[in-house]
Design a binder for this molecule. Structure first.
Ligand code: ACO
Length: 326
């Protein structure tokens, strides 16, 4: 079997930021409530002129440059997103924008777990020798899908994109992973289809497609995350034959600082090893892990050979963990 290595990262966020203070002019909330309950201070918002594929392409260009390959060298582009520009998928638009003429491109949907699910998917193609150079993007524009009158959800989310290049390598740097899904808990977090019935012909009704804004049972999602994330990281560590003490960095999906703190505490991982940027960006869904990873790499925190434990969790419900060496 061939090994897998992450050889470059990149990220991009919209320029427009929305601070909690400004948000409190829209809905009945406060900077104090949001910051103490979630750790979020501000989030970036994509303007109507911006698009998912443009953000994803900007992050990807950085990741490709960092890895030292060219766009034409890519064999596969995986775009983890729940908010494509086009319901048929946006990966091909990214392929065209990058000029990645040799790459197969498709979308992958696993909500906030999308990046970890994508990492494992990309690794399978490389390990089986099918592809050598894979671009994995996590990107979401959830601001287009929240109800801006619902203070329980609109304060949480932000827009962004992150990307990594994975390459075949002699040494395997994806040390372990574990993935899980539980559709019986699906109703806790949805961006649900909401078609209106339309009479096409007498006796033949169809539904006209649309989606209702995000609905979430915050308490249930919180409980789920705090219980399942430490379990799945433990499972991935066991598979990797790595002890908790050997972890250099913990990068969780950036949903809530309280979830991050509780998971780190349960795993006995000290604060200085925990990466967090949700104060600036909020919950950027599939983008949150690669965005935090890329920032930590560019800040010089994550260094070659460091061991990174990462976990995504969210709608589905889905959750997963991956342990890799940088
Ligand atoms: N500002 C002020 N008050 C608010 C706000 C707000 N933005 N939102 C809710 N409240 C009020 C509620 O109306 C409620 O008031 P009431 O008691 O008078 O009814 C009170 O605050 C408490 O509400 P809860 O929902 O019980 O608040 P909780 O302490 O559970 O915090 C939160 C809510 C922050 C959403 C928390 O449950 C949480 O973080 N859950 C996890 C959510 C999450 O991580 N989701 C994303 C993961 S998956 C993905 O990324 C797609």
């Amino acid at each position: 079997n061939l090994g897998v290595a992450i050889t470059g990262s990149g990220s991009a966020v919209p320029a427009t930021s929305l601070h909690n203070q400004t948000l409190s002019e829209l809905v009945e909330t406060s900077d104090e409530w949001i910051a103490t309950r979630t750790g979020i201070r501000q989030r970036r918002l994509a303007l109507p002129s911006e698009s998912l594929s443009v953000l994803a392409t900007a992050a990807s260009s950085q990741a490709i440059a960092a890895s030292g390959i060219k766009a034409e060298d890519l064999d596969l582009i995986l775009l983890a997103t729940s908010t494509p520009d086009d319901l048929f998928g946006s990966a091909c638009q990214v392929q065209a924008k990058l000029g990645a003429t040799n790459a197969v491109a498709f979308d992958l949907t696993a909500a906030c777990s999308g990046f970890v699910f994508g990492l494992v998917t990309a690794a399978q193609y490389i390990r089986t020798g099918v592809y050598k150079n894979v671009l994995l993007i996590g990107a979401d524009i959830l601001s287009r899908w929240v109800d801006w009158e619902d203070r329980r959800t609109c304060v949480l989310f932000g827009d962004g994109a992150g990307a990594v290049v994975l390459q075949a390598d002699k040494s395997d740097r994806l040390l372990g992973f574990a993935l899980k899904s539980d559709g019986t808990q699906n109703h806790h977090l949805n961006l649900a289809y909401a078609g209106a019935s339309q009479e096409l012909l007498p006796d033949v009704n169809i539904t006209k497609g649309t989606y209702q804004p995000i609905t979430m049972n915050g308490k249930e999602v919180y409980r789920f995350a705090v219980q399942k994330v430490p379990e799945i990281i433990d499972k991935a560590l066991f598979q990797a034959n790595i002890s908790v003490e050997q972890i250099d960095w913990l990068i969780l999906h950036q949903a809530n600082q309280r979830i991050i703190d509780a998971v780190a505490q349960r795993l006995n991982i000290p604060e200085h090893k925990v990466i967090s940027n949700l104060a600036q960006y909020g919950n950027t869904s599939a983008a949150s892990i690669p965005l935090a990873l890329d920032e930590a790499v560019r800040q010089g925190k994550i260094k070659p050979n460091d061991i990174v434990a990462t976990s995504g969790f969210g709608a589905g419900l889905t959750w997963g963990a991956a342990i890799f060496q940088w």
